[in-house]
Write a protein that binds this ligand. Structure first.
Ligand code: BEZ
Length: 164
């Protein structure tokens, strides 16, 4: 595994995938985020209880404030396929405030050194729970939970407090 990405490093040249209507759109980094200050939220899995009931709903709730404070995009990624990500997005964010993209090939997770294996839960290799702030494709801040079951430094409220 590559070492964990750090502040001041550039986002890796990897791809994420988004389902838009019935079409798969592959987005290349860093151009997806070029010229923008963005929040990239990484979670271990779509539809998992903590992500679905706690972590992501708070970002959905606070998305208007985060956007008002200058973040142009909020993107949530997980190692699930693009169809699962789209269905999950419809459930947790029916108004479409956040974009839900697949890192199903773990291109971002592995290049950024942000994966973990959870075989005891039959989750396999997945993303750590993290929040990455990028400004014009340069990492400004990275918060990573010590355990995927924690939502402390990656909470939306923390993001509002420290990044706006
Ligand atoms: C969660 O609830 O977010 C979760 C569940 C199992 C593994 C990882 C995360």
């Amino acid at each position: 595994m590559l070492s964990q990405i750090s502040p001041w490093e550039r986002l890796p040249p990897v791809r994420l995938c988004e389902l838009v209507d019935v079409e798969l759109r592959t987005h290349a980094l860093p151009s997806l985020f070029a010229g923008q200050r963005i929040i990239l939220i990484g979670v271990p899995g779509a539809f998992t209880p903590i992500c679905t009931k706690n972590h992501i709903p708070r970002f959905v709730e606070l998305a208007p404030s985060l956007k008002a404070s200058g973040f142009q995009q909020i993107v949530c990624i997980a190692p699930d396929n693009p169809w699962v990500m789209a269905e999950w997005g419809k459930q947790v964010d029916p108004q479409g405030r956040i974009r839900f993209m697949s890192d199903g090939n773990l291109e971002f997770g592995r290049h950024a050194g942000l994966t973990v294996a959870l075989p005891a839960l039959f989750v396999g290799e997945c993303l750590k729970r993290f929040v990455l702030i990028s400004n014009n494709c340069v990492v400004e801040k990275l918060s990573v939970e010590k355990s995927v079951f924690d939502v402390t430094c990656t909470a939306a409220s923390e993001c509002i407090a420290s990044c706006s």
